[in-house]
Design a protein around this ligand. Structure first.
Ligand SMILES: *Cc1c(COP(=O)(O)O)cnc(C)c1O
Ligand code: SF4
Length: 339
């Protein structure tokens, strides 16, 4: 029996750091980023001379996990604009995964049976260089851009949809009251059985998992899966581990999806440490994505044979549940396709 309120559970004190302030204080100047890492002298060699059309954005807490003086740091390479992005490579396009064809109502992508993906916002706390988002026309396509009613209506009217995926951009970019407004509107829809949230925020800005967010999660009427996005074990420091603890304490299931990235995690050692680190903080590896062929990201591509060989070796070394499924997204396919 619980004896009153005299005992306080350790480790669950309210989180007071203001994630919005930390968001605003993110580094957006590539030279400042290089200076912070003692790499200022390499600016001329590393940075593209012209605008890549996709700004640098990276929270300071994420920079703190990068190694000083290492231009090949696996976290730095995910966010630093590079000369190679300017190359026009055959087969790398602006709508690599057919999202523009799959649009069902503004802000809703219905590509796979049973699941509707809601583009809740186009914003992210970090700009990942390999992301399809660098070309997506979010200004018109987000459900948040005043189109929520239409998005909700299209989910309500299709009884084949049993799971809503909040995605973006990063849905946790929205304020918690805005998220609650959205889930309140979804709550009366009887055919919904699950909610999923695709987010990188608990990794790049773990302060986002504050008590208000945890309370919202705890009160949701459906079983919830939160699918994180980390590509390298170094992304998961103690602050991220604490955020994962808070997420799990709010009753959600934690999964992770990664992208296979040349020079960042394309080794058995890097992938094995990532899986082990994820599980140590309560997260189960879900997908390892073969890169979407978006213009400007060709330098990150790992060829399919190498990708298969890496995951085969991983399978020989790790517990089965630590081996993510190697998949790619093919425009028009009814599911993520195994390689
Ligand atoms: C990836 C994706 C999903 C989810 O696929 P799962 O295999 O269930 O993780 C759903 N809808 C869209 C549009 C997607 O791109
Ligand atoms: S957080 Fe996700 S959606 Fe945002 S830029 Fe990175 S990969 Fe793309």
């Amino acid at each position: 029996m619980i004896t009153g309120n005299t005992r306080r559970v350790q480790g669950f004190a309210p989180i007071v750091a203001d994630w919005r302030r930390l968001w605003r204080e993110a580094v957006t100047d590539p030279r400042e980023l290089l200076d912070l890492l003692d790499l200022g002298h390499l600016a001329g060699a590393l940075l593209p001379g012209t605008d890549t059309g996709f700004a640098l954005r990276v929270p300071r807490g994420f920079i703190a996990r990068m190694r000083r003086g290492d231009p090949a740091d696996p976290l730095l390479l995910q966010v630093l604009p590079q000369v190679a992005e300017l190359l026009d490579v055959a087969g790398f396009s602006h709508d690599a995964v057919g999202d523009l064809d799959a649009r069902q109502a503004t802000g809703v992508l219905h590509k796979y049976p049973g699941r509707a993906l809601l583009i809740a916002t186009g914003s992210c706390a970090v700009n990942c260089r390999y992301c399809f988002r660098r070309h997506f026309p979010y200004a018109e396509e987000t459900a948040a851009a005043g189109h929520w009613r239409g998005a909700i209506e299209s989910i309500r009217s299709d009884t084949s949809i049993n799971e809503v995926i909040l995605s973006g951009g990063d849905p946790l970019s929205l304020s918690t009251p805005k998220l609650a407004e959205l889930t309140d509107a979804l709550t009366p829809i009887a055919h919904l059985q699950r909610l999923r949230i695709h987010t990188r925020l608990p990794v790049v800005l773990p302060e986002r998992v504050d008590t208000e967010l945890a309370t919202w999660l705890r009160r949701l009427p459906w079983p919830v899966a939160v699918v994180l996005h980390a590509n390298h074990a170094n992304e998961i420091d103690d602050a991220v581990a604490d955020a994962c603890t808070r997420l799990r304490a709010s009753g959600v299931n934690l999964l992770n999806q990664s992208v296979l990235l040349r020079g960042i995690n394309d080794s058995v050692e890097a992938l094995a440490s990532l899986s082990e680190r994820l599980f140590a903080v309560g997260v189960v590896p879900y997908y390892l994505h073969q890169l979407d062929r978006v213009a400007g990201a060709a330098h990150f591509l790992v060829d399919d044979n190498t990708a298969r060989a890496l995951v085969d070796t991983l399978r020989g070394q790790l517990s089965g549940y630590l081996v993510p499924r190697l998949v790619r997204e093919i425009a028009g396919a009814a599911a993520k396709s195994p390689l």
